[in-house]
Design a protein around this ligand. Structure first.
Ligand SMILES: NC(=O)c1ccc[n+]([C@@H]2O[C@H](COP(=O)([O-])OP(=O)(O)OC[C@H]3O[C@@H](n4cnc5c(N)ncnc54)[C@H](OP(=O)(O)O)[C@@H]3O)[C@@H](O)[C@H]2O)c1
Length: 435
């Protein structure tokens, strides 16, 4: 193209002007020249939608068409691409994306909940029309993990992913470890600081991490997104005292999303883990996210960065916009959606590995022998046993770790132990992950 004939701008519409939406508008404005160079054309925001028109968002919206209804915005015929930044797996976000695709527009979204639940269907519809659905911002915010896996490791088979995928949980666990305070106390602080939502359920109960894991697993393994098969446990049960024991045993406690592809199928789980202090991911603290991918030719790859916030998330959204403006496109999940190979989900009971168990038991003769017998009956072999102090007749904490065993056996042993009279609180178990 000659210099006199500038390429037409990419006209985009942005649905949702909250933390991420406003961040995207600011980034596009601040970096307009750089972005034009990288795209070979300008990216113009021609229309926007949010709930409240009057709200000051710190950005000038005067040149943009306003829509109260984001689905109507998505249907605007003078738009090439719709950016969905509303959130939620149903309702306006889902309608906006569906309308955009029906009316022939590319989509960029940060919405992991939507992709985790409807990702495969959305990809099928978009690809059938030759449209791109891009979602770098949906997993691990500013870390280019989707591109890293899908394009950067495209020549590999990825067998395993371990990720710190929720900054709120990582912040809470880091604070609990460094200050010795308990979960409720640190959560209240995190809410006051804006690191946790007023309703923290999605974060602390592991659902947000599970949404991201389901999307990552699809990209890594070329399988349909299967959120329903993710085993999910959050961090509410991790006690302040567990951090002391973890330290003593050489571990850090992290909420990990783990996806593994084995001959038996695909394993997807989110739960608190003990990881060796020496593992690089153990050093990823506070609101940071990290993903470790095990690839057959590249070997182990570690990605670390900010998993949320206006700047990092906008950075990921704009990277997707630049790709589309440049005409760069890959199938949504790396292979065409109609060729994603369904895989059998591996049930949690088949997990094999070692375990940390903390019990509160009445200190009297025979108690430890009963615990050991419950383990032995399930062929669970104990590796370490810690009992701090003695207080005959009173409840004392007892901690043990096991050698590698099956989850099903461990669960049976724990049920027997929990039923013993001398065990005064439900056993607390944290899986040990060596990787
Ligand atoms: N925040 C992060 O750091 C982060 C990181 C990664 C991914 N994400 C994802 O990015 C998306 C947006 O998150 P956010 O933190 O920016 O959320 P947010 O601050 O709550 O913003 C949501 C926006 O959606 C608008 N909205 C809600 N319902 C609407 C409706 N029915 N019609 C039109 N607009 C509507 C809201 O309008 P009003 O402003 O008028 O209320 C608001 O502007 C979510 O999918 C989230 O999971 C966020």
């Amino acid at each position: 193209m000659s210099k006199d004939h500038k390429a037409a701008p990419l006209k985009i519409a942005v649905a949702g002007l909250g933390t991420v939406g406003a961040g995207v508008l600011k980034l596009l404005d601040t970096q307009a020249d750089l972005i034009e160079q990288r795209c070979g054309r300008r990216i113009e925001v021609v229309a926007v939608s949010a709930r409240s028109k009057g709200k000051d968002r710190g950005v000038d919206l005067s040149a943009m068409r306003w829509y109260d209804d984001p689905a109507a915005l998505a249907a605007d015929p003078d738009v090439d691409l719709v950016v969905e930044l509303i959130g939620g797996s149903e309702g306006p976000a889902r309608d906006t994306v569906a309308t955009a695709i029906e009316t022939g527009k590319h989509v960029v979204t940060a919405n992991k909940a939507l992709l985790a639940v409807h990702g495969t269907e959305i990809a099928l519809k978009a690809e059938a029309k030759g449209l791109t659905v891009a979602f770098e911002a949906a997993v691990a915010g500013g870390i280019p993990i989707i591109k890293g896996l899908r394009e950067g490791l495209a020549g590999n088979r990825v067998s395993e992913i371990h990720g710190i995928l929720n900054g709120t949980c990582n912040y809470i666990l880091t604070e609990m470890r460094t200050t010795g305070r308990d979960f409720a106390d640190v959560l209240a602080d995190a809410q006051a600081l804006g690191y946790a939502e007023a309703d923290p359920t999605f974060d602390v109960d592991g659902i947000d991490a599970a949404h991201k894991l389901a999307v990552l697993a699809s990209v890594a393994f070329g399988t349909p997104v299967d959120f329903a098969s993710v085993h999910i446990e959050g961090i509410r049960q991790v006690g302040a005292v567990d951090f002391d024991y973890a330290d003593q045993l050489g571990f850090r406690i992290k909420l990990l999303g783990i996806a593994r592809r084995t001959d038996a199928g695909v394993e997807q789980r989110v739960h608190p883990c003990m990881v060796p202090k020496t593992a690089p991911i153990a050093a990823v603290d506070g609101v940071f996210n990290a993903v470790v991918a095990q690839a057959d030719f590249a070997d182990r790859v570690l990605f670390v960065g900010r998993g949320a916030g206006a700047g990092p998330t906008a950075s990921a959204v704009v990277a997707d916009l630049i790709d589309i403006a440049r005409g760069r496109s890959t199938p949504t999940f790396g292979v065409p959606a109609d060729q994603l190979g369904a895989a059998t989900p591996s049930p949690m009971e088949t997990r094999r590995g070692s375990y940390y168990v903390r019990l509160m038991v009445v200190d009297r003769p025979g108690v430890i022998a009963d615990i050991a017998a419950a383990m032995r009956d399930q062929n669970v072999s104990m590796e370490q046993f810690l009992q701090r102090g003695r207080s005959p007749g009173e409840a004392v904490p007892v901690v043990l770790t096991t050698h590698d065993t099956d989850e099903a056996a461990m669960q049976k042993a724990l049920a027997t132990i929990a039923a013993q009279d001398s065990v005064v609180e439900p056993p607390r178990m944290i899986r040990i992950e060596q990787f």
